[in-house]
Structure formats: structure tokens, C-alpha cells
Design a protein around this ligand. Structure first.
Ligand code: NAD
Length: 463
């Protein structure tokens, strides 16, 4: 759905939100708590509509559609911890500041713009919103036009719970997104591809708006020989093929110790049969590709290697079978961009140093997976690679650990969120120094004296 939104309504909306924010009404803890509760209730009452919309947009089975509703647990965490997040943090002051006290206190930023992708179209809109509300902001949400049913549910749900001068949804495609981006906000929180992230950051730079960019990239999955083969295969196949591979932290490609490559590929093929049967097209548990453009893009990757399993496609239903591609070269087309679909290329390495060098030759990924029971190797991978997050001996599951901030590094993103990190993202930590009047040491004022010089030397150099 591409709604034609004129510039004036967007500017009006921002103005109205700024006016509300200016009254201070969004700041008290009680207000934030009440709004989070409202949001939670709205999600619970729209639960079935959300699951249905995600099914219609992405062919997602209800089990996987429920991942979207996991935002309720984020709200619960925020409700539980908000008062402690709001507490000022004391900072010690030195003797030359005497008499004084100092602290850091969080304050809301103002009006936030949250732009989301289509792959987890509900969760990736609402999860940052939890942080924005908890931190005391107003927000405008722009869901993806490629998941139109979910975008409509997001709009209805938000409208049912909030006035637009507090939280509003603007629906539309690229043009609407660009019109929104032309305005000034106090934070832009963007989830999407790296190329669009650059566009967002350029637009934000014009107004010096701070950005959080939750981007994508090719997340490697390194597999050593010291593993439990069956568990490894199952965890890789699950992480790769949920939502038909359209997950930002899906393992993009496998980098396997040459000595176990054959066994691992066979075990993954077996897992695919176990999960989805002999014909995954008939499985109620397997999703579809979001649109024709992505279907064609993905289908073109299928000749990047030898098909070990899968490879079947149906343009009519935008079906691509869970596919493992063996004997893939680094120069092939499937290795040039984030796959974001159910195709798993398998590459191999001789020793771990080689695998690490191959990963380090490429842009920093959002996630890095390492399967090995060897603690020294685990430590080596952690110390010698850089990625948004790491998960050892599993895939995707690190995103579910509430206390772990989620975000990228380098090309995979800027900033992070989830739990307190979400609150931090939408807050400014204001530094405060408070002085007393009962003493005013004169040596810092002109005309400067020898004693004052001695004093400043002592403070600056410590002697
Ligand atoms: P996308 O970047 O194409 O679109 C995201 C949003 O940006 C949409 O709302 C879209 O309307 C808007 N947009 C698109 N082109 C634009 C332009 N030229 N100017 C302004 N706005 C524009 O991403 P997508 O295809 O929806 O999602 C897939 C990508 O998102 C993948 O790269 C994936 O890895 C990434 N992703 C990252 C995370 C994360 O948490 N890091 C989560 C999900 C998806």
C-alpha cells in the first residue's frame, strides 16, 4: 500500500508531537508505565490479527508468527525495571570541585522516527517502540510496504491505544519514507538493508539527527570438527530455514572444516527432511518468499554451486525449497551479497586461522556463529573476529537473551537495543554538576598567582 502522504500532514504530525513532548506529559514514570501497559493490552487483543497478517504477508506458520508477539516479554521487562533505569547515577567529584555533587540522569530525546523492514514486520516496529515509550519519547512509525497486512494491523493497533500526537503510524513505501526522512527528529531508528541504511544516515546528517541503524550482511557460520554433529546440523538448519531464510541473523553461509564437510552436509540434508518432509512445498511449517523481486533474485543464486539438497522453485507461490549448495566459490554470485532466503552455501577451510582470515576479509557481520566444543578455539574466534553478536554452538538464539544488547558493528549497523539498551538508545544521559555557595576557592580566578599555578600543576599532573 503506497499512501500518498503530503509533506504538510507529516510536518503537522511532527509539530503536534513536539508540542505534546514540550508539555512534559510523556516524562513521568507513571505515564510511561501506563502507556506500556496500554501497548501490551493492545498487542494481546490483536494477537490473532497479527498472526493472521504475518501469515498472509509471508506465508509464515503460526508457530513462527508468534515470534512477533515476543515483544510482550520486552514490555514486561521494561515495566519491571523502568524505575531503576530512571534513577540518576552518582559520580564522585574531586576535591577541587568541593563543595559539589555530580550525577548522570537519563532524559527523553523528543520525537523519534522508527522505520521497519518486512521480514519480522510487527516485532521490528513494536520492539523499538517499547524503548521509545519507556524512555519518555513521542514516536512516528513507518512499517514496511512489503508486509501490507501487518502494516495495517500495526496502524490499527497503535490508533486503538494512542493519540497520534503521541504515537502515530504513517504507512507507505519508499517515497513516504523519504518524505519522513526529510524532516528533523531527535532519533531515527532504522531497521533494514545496509544500502538503505546509508541513505537514512545521509538524510539524518542534514539535521544532525542521531541514528540507530539495525542492518544486515552475511553472517558466517564456522564449524569445527569438535562438535556434536546431529545437534549442530539441526541448529544450523533451524536458524537458516525459519521464515524461509528471511531473518537478518540467519547463518548466511557455512564455513566448515574440510574434514567434516561431507558428514555435515548430509546431516543438514537429513534435518531438512525431518523438519519439512520429502516435499517442503507441502509442509505447513515452511514459509514463502516475500515478493517476486526477491524470488527472482534468490532463484538466480541457485547455480552458484552444486545442489546438495533442495533447489526446487515455484514462481507462482514464490516457493524456494530449503537448499544447500556445495562446492561454492567465494567469487560466485551467492557470496556477493546478503542472501536473505533459504539457500545455504557451503565453503570449507583447512585450519581455523584460515577461516578467521576469510571472515575478517569481509565486512563485519551482524552475527557470527561458531560450532566447537574446544574452549581455546572458542576464545580464539571471539578474540580475533568482530561482529554485532556471537552465538557459540547455536544459531539465532542469542537474540532471545533479554540482557544482551542487539545490534551490528561496521557495515552491519550502528547502536543497539533490547531491554535496557532500548531505553538507552532513546535516552540522552545528561551530566549534572551541582555546586554549593558556602565556599568559593579564589585561586582559579584571574589575576592568576604563583600559588594558583602550583595548584593547577598539582591537579593536572598529579604532583
Ligand atoms: P529495506 O532496507 O529495503 O527497507 C526497510 C525500510 O526502508 C522500509 O520501510 C522501506 O520502505 C524503507 N526504504 C526502502 N528504500 C528506501 C529508500 N531508498 N529511502 C528511504 N527509505 C527506504 O529492508 P527490507 O528489505 O525491508 O529488509 C531486509 C533487510 O533488513 C536485510 O538486509 C536484513 O538483514 C535487514 N534486517 C536487519 C535487522 C536487524 O535487526 N539488524 C532485522 C531485520 C532485517
Amino acid at each position: 500500500m503506497t499512501a500518498q502522504i503530503a509533506v504538510a500532514p507529516i510536518q503537522d504530525l511532527i509539530r503536534q508531537q513536539r508540542t505534546l513532548f514540550g508539555t512534559g506529559q510523556t516524562k513521568p514514570a507513571e505515564f510511561r508505565i501506563a502507556q506500556l501497559q496500554k501497548l501490551k493490552q493492545a498487542i494481546v487483543s490483536y494477537r490473532d490479527a497479527i498472526v493472521q497478517a504475518v501469515k498472509e504477508d509471508l506465508g509464515r506458520p503460526p508457530f513462527e508468527a508468534y515470534f512477533e508477539i515476543a515483544t510482550v516479554s520486552e514490555i514486561n521487562l521494561a515495566l519491571k525495571q523502568l524505575k531503576s533505569w530512571l534513577k540518576p547515577r552518582r559520580v564522585r567529584t574531586s576535591i577541587d570541585q568541593f563543595p559539589s555533587s555530580a550525577w548522570v540522569q537519563p532524559e527523553p530525546l523528543g520525537v523519534a522516527l522508527i522505520i521497519g523492514p518486512w521480514n519480522y514486520p510487527f516485532q521490528l516496529m513494536i520492539s523499538p517502540l517499547v524503548g521509545a515509550i519507556a524512555a519518555g519519547n513521542c514516536a512516528i512509525l513507518k512499517p514496511s510496504e512489503h508486509a501490507p497486512k501487518t502494516a495495517a494491523v500495526v496502524a490499527e493497533l497503535i490508533q486503538s491505544a494512542f493519540e497520534p500526537n503521541y504515537i502515530a503510524v504513517v504507512q507507505g513505501g519508499v517515497e513516504v519514507s523519504q518524505r519522513l526522512l526529510a524532516e528533523k527528529y531527535d532519533r531515527i531508528f532504522f531497521t533494514g538493508g545496509t544500502a538503505i541504511g546509508r541513505i537514512v544516515m545521509q538524510a539524518a546528517a542534514k539535521h544532525l539527527t542521531p541514528v540507530t541503524l539495525e542492518l544486515g550482511g552475511k553472517s558466517p557460520c564456522i564449524v569445527d570438527t569438535d562438535i556434536q554433529l546431529e545437534h549442530t546440523a539441526r541448529r544450523i538448519a533451524w536458524g537458516k530455514f525459519i521464515n524461509a531464510g528471511q531473518t537478518c541473523i540467519a547463518p548466511d553461509y557455512l564455513l566448515v572444516d574440510r574434514r567434516i564437510k561431507g558428514e555435515l552436509v548430509e546431516a543438514i540434508a537429513q534435518c531438512i527432511r525431518d523438519f519439512y518432509g520429502d516435499n517442503p512445498a507441502d509442509s505447513p511449517d515452511y514459509g514463502r518468499i516475500v515478493n517476486q523481486r526477491h524470488f527472482s533474485r534468490l532463484a538466480a543464486f541457485l547455480d552458484s554451486g552444486e545442489i546438495a539438497i533442495g533447489g526446487q522453485t515455484d514462481p507462482g507461490s514464490r516457493y524456494i525449497a530449503p537448499t544447500v549448495l556445495d562446492n561454492v566459490s567465494w567469487d560466485s554470485s551467492v557470496m556477493q551479497e546478503e542472501i536473505f532466503g533459504p539457500i545455504l552455501p557451503v565453503l570449507d577451510y583447512g585450519d581455523l586461522d584460515e577461516a578467521i582470515a576469510l571472515v575478517n576479509d569481509r565486512p563485519k557481520p551482524l552475527a557470527l556463529y561458531f560450532f566447537s566444543q574446544d574452549r581455546d578455539k572458542q576464545a580464539k574466534v571471539l578474540e580475533s573476529t568482530s561482529s554485532g553478536g556471537v552465538c557459540i554452538n547455536d544459531t539465532v538464539m542469542h537474540v532471545g537473551v533479554a540482557g544482551l544488547p542487539f545490534g551490528g558493528v561496521g557495515d552491519s549497523g550502528i547502536g543497539s537495543y533490547h531491554d535496557k539498551a532500548s531505553f538507552d538508545t532513546f535516552s540522552h544521559y545528561k551530566s549534572v554538576l551541582k555546586k554549593g555557595f558556602w565556599l568559593d576557592l579564589k585561586w582559579r580566578y584571574a589575576p592568576y598567582t604563583e600559588a594558583g599555578l602550583k595548584q593547577i600543576k598539582r591537579i593536572v599532573t598529579g604532583s
